[in-house]
Design a protein around this ligand. Structure first.
Ligand code: PAF
Length: 281
């Protein structure tokens, strides 16, 4: 695995990969790597891509400074996991290279309106501007590629797809299935901050989604059901919604097309999210 240390060397590695008629796979992460990230790398390798993994805790996507300072850092373990899973190039870009003006605002921001304002965007204003801006920058430096994102961050996936479409990025955005532990808890770097009682409570997010999926009630009743499952487990619910999978607009009871259920809540001060596909009748 090549350890690259500048965006210029990243750009060169990506270009050399294309010159060798291989496809670049971008796996963008904020470090604290786990099996969910490993699954993105494996998927890219199955497609025969040369995997380039970035690890950068992007301050511009944290509206809450305390949340940023608590974000887990496991740099040595990250390098090991990347190497063991066959990553070809690894970079931890510096803050100076990524956002030279930080902590002052960077003048250029990529904002995907509407899609970035709902659901997670309500409780975390500016979050998706930060995500879209950093992903745009990584895509520009990487050049034409396939970019792999987990469905666990479903709204992020929708925002990135839309940005890539609207700005004509030469990228194929690949969504990959959420990885779960044996209890159904979606893998997340944030889980490391939960006690064992907290992890148990956090399983209510996936249980809420399952209850909604298995219900035959209209969308409005299923929203209430998801909320009830999480509240019963002691989760402070941020939202429990059923939306259009592309526009993220709330689904009405009368609309039977495939939909997406998304939930978010706070457990022991840790904000957790989960989602799944859902069929309405
Ligand atoms: O999902 C993440 O880890 C981050 O939001 C991303 C895509 C790396 C952008 O900072």
């Amino acid at each position: 695995m090549e350890r690259l240390n500048s965006l210029a060397s990243w750009r060169e590695f990506a270009q050399a990969t294309r010159d060798a008629h291989r496809r670049v796979a971008l796996v963008a992460t904020m470090g604290a790597l786990h099996e969910g990230h490993a699954s993105l790398v494996r998927r890219a390798r199955q497609n025969g891509d040369v995997v380039m993994l970035t690890s950068f805790v992007n301050p511009r996507q944290f509206s809450d400074v305390a949340d940023l300072s608590r974000y887990p850092h496991t740099p040595d373990a990250d390098v090991d996991l990347a190497r063991q899973n066959g990553v070809d190039a690894f970079i931890t870009p510096t803050l100076k290279e990524m956002w030279p003006d930080y902590p002052a605002d960077t003048l250029t921001t990529v904002s995907v309106r509407t899609l970035g304002d709902v659901l997670e965007g309500v409780g975390r204003p500016g979050h998706f501007d930060g995500v879209a801006s950093v992903v745009a920058k990584l895509l520009v430096v990487s050049g034409p590629c396939r970019a792999y994102f987990g469905e666990k961050d479903y709204q992020q996936l929708v925002v990135v797809r839309r940005m890539a479409h609207d700005l004509s990025f030469d990228v194929d955005v690949v969504g990959c299935a959420t990885q779960r532990d044996a209890t159904g808890l979606a893998l997340s770097s944030r889980n490391a901050r939960l006690s064992s009682a907290g992890r148990e409570r956090a399983t209510s997010l996936s249980r809420a989604l399952r209850a909604a999926r298995e219900s035959t009630a209209p969308a409005s009743a299923r929203r209430t059901l998801m909320r009830e499952v999480m509240v019963a487990a002691g989760v402070e619910v941020a939202y429990a919604d059923i939306v259009d999978p592309d526009t993220l607009a709330p689904r009405t009871d009368a609309d039977p097309r495939p939909a997406r259920a998304l939930v978010a809540g706070v457990v022991e001060g840790v904000r957790l999210i989960d989602n799944d596909a859902i069929e309405l009748e």
